[in-house]
Write a protein that binds this ligand. Sequence first.
Ligand code: C5P
Length: 401
Amino acid sequence: MARGKPTILVGITGGIGAYKSCELVRLLQKRGFRVKVVMTEAATRFVTPLTFRTLTGEPVAVSLWADEPESKVHHISLAEEADVMAIVPCTANVMAKLAQGRADDMLTTTALATEAPLVIAPAMNTHMWRKETTRRNVEVLRARGAVFVEPGTGELACGDVGEGRLADVRIIANAIETEALRSRDLVGVHVLVTAGGTQEPIDPVRFIGNHSSGKTGFAIAEEAARRGARVSLITGPVSLPDPFNCEVVRVQTALQMRAAVLARFDTTDVVVMSAAVADFRPAAMSADKIKKGDAPEAIELERNPDILAELGERGSGVLLVGFAAETNEVVTNAQAKLEAKRVDLIVANDVSDPSMGFGTEHNKVYYVTADGVDETPVLGKRTIARDLLDRVAALLQSRKG
Ligand code: C5P
């Protein structure tokens, strides 16, 4: 991640709207950003790299092979330098490549390598924009967190009139600026995230558990780290890889999760308890695997400590976010939890619908605070992570102010 002036990497692809990117580069510079440009070969047919080199005072990357050698692999250094990557204009072809994860030129390779948020401003003929394949690519990229600046309607270069015109460059610049601010709004903040479900052992091979996949918590941890936070992710057993730039602590039981949370609580500014912590554990764990013939008639259970409620009781000033998975009276139950556990924000969702929530990629949530309730549409878990952290950043800001 770049330091100093935020760096916007503008990727330009081969469409007539490429000439408008000159204006966009200027606008971004006026707003205080450092701008670097990467172009596809096709884009250079519309505007020359020299134009952008002159505007930005920076080398323009076009080929994976022909550019001057730099100290680091060029597409990787570009990818790392970017606070935001914006592809303006983005053709249907490049969008399809991005959706598939192809990396066959400098621009798409850099886009695949970067951890920076991606802003995409498509521009193409109306029929191409409306084609089902294009619509699907937009949805795939959106689900991965890309921000789209939708094309406008009007006369197109091909003579058709309809949607497909590159959006107004000021609107594109605004979207880029929003992402750039977001990319640093948690610098200096220590965020502790819990994820996944806990497993409470019955014997060495059996446990009481739940269906939590950990996806939401991992997405929150990853997004918080991307925005500059120091992140500790405490997770129950899940089959997800460690997110980048996070301290990851893998635990099994609620008691282990509690210990890992408390060990870090003193340095923490925000706790997001997205873990599905088991409320009960077997009172005693059998040291050996219980044989079929020896099956007990009942398993005696003991209450697990409520980690979140315990943090709330401390009244420490740490911003506390809880989750509530409900099957009925979603908002009423969440409001009760908000008060009982003394937390600042509850993210509530309805788990009675099998197409959402546990294990799926999507969810519809209610944000419940003392000030009221906000309901979202069905969103991807990455979008929920972003939206939630926007709220966390705003709450932290309002506390400072
Ligand atoms: O009461 P309920 O389990 O629905 O509350 C859910 C919220 O409380 C979640 O944020 C969850 O991570 C947290 N929790 C906890 N310790 C428990 C049970 C739930 O911190 N033992």
